[in-house]
Ligand binder design. Structure first.
Ligand code: B16
Ligand code: MG
Length: 214
């Protein structure tokens, strides 16, 4: 394959690592509802939207069924706790490898977009000083369906003005690789997503991208 013109990056688990913050914020909600919650359940929340994440956590809930309004309140409470934790992030939270590789990809002339399920994506990029590294942003604020639906990546390709097959989706979650494939894109797996073997390329380190994007 190859013949690539653009790269679409997932955020959490690829550019930054906010798993621990998601964990702490969801743990607060789980404790309140007396629900069992651990790192393994937290891993299932990768790339999944906020409301879908809450539904996964509620699988362990044994109380009376919760109304839509109550679920929305709980998701909002989680988000407030999460955003407080995000405020502690600084440019030092982005590895040099990531920052330098993004700059080199731009130097090589590729379009660069973000394709994240998060509604906090812009806030995070501002905190870590990476807003300028992306030409376009497609995130949780411009989609109706979350990964594994390809919508977030299709929008990113459209924002960049690139054909899907000329875009490389970089993902750490299986749901994200599935979404990229469904969108007709080439895919690169890093971290957890490597295991399934579904992606077009696999990365050990972020900078391995420079061997694909020659
Ligand atoms: P928010 P990504 C995803 O981001 C996270 O992996 C996932 O754990 C989170 O629930 C989702 O964003 C929604 O985030 O509550 O901030 O809108 O991996 O697609 O960059
Ligand atoms: Mg991710």
């Amino acid at each position: 394959m190859k013949n690539l013109e653009a790269v679409i990056f997932d955020l959490d688990g690829v550019i930054v690592f906010t798993d621990k913050f998601h964990f702490q914020a969801w743990k607060k909600i789980a404790d309140k509802l007396e629900i069992y919650f651990d790192e393994e359940i937290n891993n299932r929340l990768r790339g999944v939207s906020r409301m879908d994440s809450l539904e996964i956590i509620l699988e362990e809930y044994e109380g009376e069924p919760l109304s839509r309004e109550r679920k929305e309140e709980l998701a909002e409470e989680k988000n407030e706790a999460y955003r407080e934790l995000l405020k502690t992030m600084t440019p030092a939270d982005v590895e040099d490898d990531v920052r330098e590789t993004l700059a080199e990809i731009r130097r090589r002339g590729y379009g660069i977009a973000l394709g994240s399920s998060s509604k906090n994506a812009r806030f995070i990029l501002e905190r870590v000083g990476l807003m300028d590294a992306f030409d376009k942003i497609s995130d949780g604020t411009n989609i109706t369906k979350s990964k594994p639906d390809p919508e977030v990546f299709q929008k990113a390709a459209r924002f960049l003005g690139k054909e899907p097959q000329k875009c490389l989706v970089v993902e750490d979650a299986d749901a994200g690789i599935t979404a990229g494939i469904a969108g007709g894109m080439q895919t690169a797996a890093i971290g957890d997503a490597v295991r399934s073997g579904k992606a077009t390329y696999t990365l050990n380190k972020f900078r391995d991208l420079l061997e694909i994007l020659v």
